[in-house]
Design a protein. Sequence first.
Length: 164
Amino acid sequence: MNTSKNKYNIAREAIAIKRDMFLNPPKGFLGYKGFEKFIKELPQWNTELDKDDYDKILTNMVMFFGTVPTIPNAIKGIKEPDTVQFKGGFDKMSRMLNSIGEEYKNDSFIQVADIFDKTAIIIEKISNIIIDYLTQTCDDTEQLPLLFSEVLEHMKTGYLILDV
C-alpha cells in the first residue's frame, strides 16, 4: 500500500519525532535533560578544562551553530563578514514552521515560529560572545549559562505548544 504524503504531513511527522526526542529523551544525557546537565556544567568548564580544550569546545559549538558547519571568519582572522549565519538552525525552523503554519492554517506552528525566531536571536548572541572570547575581544562567557537557559525554556515552551 503506497500512500503519498504532502509536505504538511511530512513536516508534522518530523517535528513530532524531534519534539518527542527533546521532551521525552530515552537517556538522561539527551533532550532537555541533557541540555539541563550541559547548562549546569558549563560554568566549570573554563576552570576544569585546559584553555586549549575549552577553546576547541567553544569553536566547535559556534561552528555547528552555522547554517553550514564552518568556523566564523573572525576566528580564522579574516576581516570580512561571514556569509553564514550562526543561529543554530532555529531561523530555518522558524521560517519552515511559519510557512507551513500559514499555508495549512496551523496556529501552533505560527506561534512556535515566533518563539524559535527569538531563540535564533539568542543563539546568535551566544555565537557572538564565543567569537568575542576566541578572538580575545572580550570575555563575556559567564553569560552563556543564562542564555542557554533561555534557549532551553524557549525550546520546551515551543515543543509543548506544537500541535503535531
